[in-house]
Write a protein of this length. Structure first.
Length: 359
């Protein structure tokens, strides 16, 4: 019996429950979790913005140590340090065949499987495949990536979502070039990773925008060259910081219609806006036909950084080893199970960076 944070029903508070995990079967791996990040997607699962079968063990951003491997697993062994990959690609669907593994049709199919049971026999599902809000988890082998040496295991949890997403938003989706200007909306975990990635890409101007004045120091430490507190004058302030033209690239990490629209308006003619934030179906963004023609801008979605974690993780490890990317600076709270509700409230209120559950 191990402890886990269970979502009993959509909209219900998380419950810390004892659960029973099966032994890993063929092609599965059992991992002792060292740490798990509390991501806004977990909040979206909790409140029903994202739909998954419930009851479920939440948590999708984590790292730990392999303690058992089933038959057929060859790329990891007991004792190996690993990062959890919540959206593994199948390799055979159309998206995978054409090289868009981040859009794999089977990526979240594992969320419907029975992951564990409570003491009374209630079946539990893994919220986003990996069920990282638990002391241990059993996952398909495709959901574990070997962790390169030299990265602290607890901080490595951030690589499982926030860092891969922020890095990919800059390098794969927006394709930021050296010397370009970048504005990042939302200074949470993903936003901080995006700021660091924009700096690594060689952006000349990196502007961070957030509703909270308290996040300025955090943003500047991550690589922002300017900080703007969101208001009715945000677009004007960004234009004044970019020679009156607007930014070359905007990355929206909030998932709200108003913020997406502001991000679009903040870019120059021909600029690119990448939307990373996950919004609800009721968040409608509108444009008129004339401005689409006249502005010549590009608006694109971004799923899991539009990258391949298998390829991106070693690259990120190189940046971390060289001191170009700082994982620890993204963590603004290290908590236990009992700190998850407060971490959710902080996200709702726009406070802090990334909260990390440390086991």
């Amino acid at each position: 019996m191990i402890r886990a944070a269970v979502l009993p029903a959509v909209g219900a508070p998380l419950e810390i429950r004892g659960i029973e995990l099966p032994e890993p079967g063929p092609g599965q791996v059992r991992v002792r979790i060292a740490a798990a990040g509390v991501c806004h997607s977990d909040l979206s699962l909790s409140d029903g913005t994202l739909r998954v079968p419930v009851p479920a063990v939440l948590g999708h951003e984590g790292a730990g140590t392999v303690i058992a491997a089933g038959d057929g697993v060859t790329h990891v062994s007991p004792g190996d340090r690993v990062v959890l990959n919540w959206a593994p690609s199948c390799g055979t669907c159309h998206a995978c065949v054409v090289g868009e593994v981040w859009l794999c049709a089977q990526a979240l199919s594992g969320a419907a499987r029975v992951h564990a049971r409570t003491a009374d026999g209630t079946e539990l599902h893994p919220g986003l495949n990996v069920a990282a809000f638990a002391e241990e988890t059993v996952v398909p082998a495709t959901c574990v990536l070997p962790l390169p040496a030299g990265i602290p295991l607890t901080d490595a949890a951030l690589l499982g979502c926030a860092v891969l997403t922020g890095y990919g938003a800059v390098h794969h989706s927006a394709r930021v070039a050296e010397g370009e200007s970048v504005v990042v909306f939302g200074v949470g975990g993903v936003g901080l990773a995006t700021l660091q990635s924009a700096r690594i890409a060689g952006a000349s101007t990196v502007i961070a925008v957030d509703v909270s004045p308290e996040k300025e120091e955090l943003a500047l430490a991550a690589g922002a060259t300017a900080y703007v507190v969101a208001s009715d004058t945000t677009v004007k302030e960004i234009r004044s910081l970019t020679g009156g033209r607007g930014a070359d690239v905007a990355v929206e990490c909030v998932g709200r219609a108003a913020t997406i629209r502001t991000a679009w308006d903040s870019t120059r003619r021909g600029g690119r806006t990448t939307v990373v934030g996950i919004g609800g179906k009721d968040q409608q963004v509108t444009f008129n036909a004339l401005e689409l023609f006249h502005q010549g801008r590009t608006l694109s979605g971004c799923v899991y950084g539009n990258g391949d974690p298998v390829q991106d993780l070693p690259v990120l490890a190189g940046h971390i080893a060289a001191g170009r990317f700082d994982l620890a600076s993204m963590v603004t709270a290290r908590i236990g199970f009992d700190g998850i509700p407060a971490a959710f409230e902080d996200m709702r209120a726009g406070r802090g960076g990334r909260a990390l559950i440390v086991f």
